[in-house]
Write a protein that binds this ligand. Structure first.
Ligand code: C5P
Length: 234
């Protein structure tokens, strides 16, 4: 379904601010991504319950990065909340990803490869290799660990999807910017149309929807525009 292609990032600091966003957008999008800001401010069970009650599904963007034992316990607790998907950093290692996979229950497990806010220079300074080599290496390790999908830039799909093995994995891509939106801190961006054409399973979109430019109007208008753009290529 078209609405399953969009995951809205609820990057707000309290549930009061999320309330109207979730109520207004739930008819148009399949899932809401809750991340470190809201989870820390309001507490994970409360946030997840709030989205579920409003009729939305949850992508729990906890980005776990820890030793395997801690990742396993945090993953079990997250899966018990009934979230649709959650994630661990691939750089936590294969053992850690396997530990999460082992206890994910009915939730989907995603491995974060290289953040979309990183460019070649920052990627090399952190991981010592190019974006392409780093994403490919993490993707192979994630596949070996048995995860369901990757979080990567839709630009990375241009080289990832040439590997037939990678077809088995979902690709959830942040760093999506419609032509009418600002890039903000995102470096490796694609438009919604480009992202879907490159093979993204679903797009994570935050600010272009939650804080749309004034000429677009409301979050609902922004999401409708993006759905129209996607309908042209799906
Ligand atoms: O507002 P914007 O569309 O840039 O939001 C993107 C969201 O996706 C943010 O919540 C950010 O934490 C998240 N994210 C990302 N890059 C990743 C993984 C998650 O931007 N690799």
């Amino acid at each position: 379904m078209l609405k399953d292609k969009i995951i809205v990032a609820l990057d707000v600091d309290c549930l009061n601010k999320a309330e109207s966003l979730v109520a207004d957008l739930a008819p148009y999008v399949g899932c809401f991504k809750v991340g470190l800001e809201l989870l820390t401010a309001e507490g994970a069970p409360r946030v997840v319950d709030f989205v579920h009650r409003a009729g939305g599904q949850v992508f729990f963007d906890g980005k776990f990065h820890d030793i395997p034992n801690t990742i396993e316990k945090a993953s079990r607790a997250t899966a018990a909340l009934g979230v649709k998907m959650f994630n661990v950093y691939a750089s936590a290692g294969i053992e850690a990803m396997k530990a999460a996979n082992h206890v994910k229950g009915k939730s989907l497990l995603l491995a974060v490869t290289v953040l979309t806010s990183m460019n070649e220079e920052s990627c090399r300074s952190v991981y010592g290799t190019s974006v392409e080599d780093t994403v490919k290496r993490f993707a192979k390790q994630a596949l070996e660990a048995g995860v369901d999908g990757l979080v990567c830039s839709s630009q990375d799909l241009l080289f990832l999807n040439s590997d037939p093995d990678m077809k088995k994995l979902m690709k959830i891509t942040p760093g999506v910017r419609p032509a009418w939106a600002e890039s903000n801190d995102q470096k490796r961006v694609f438009t919604p149309r480009e992202a879907i054409q490159a093979g993204a399973t679903a797009l994570v979109i935050g600010r272009p929807i939650t804080q749309p430019p004034w000429e677009i109007g409301s979050p609902v208008e922004a999401v409708k525009r993006i759905l129209d753009e996607l309908a042209q290529v799906l």
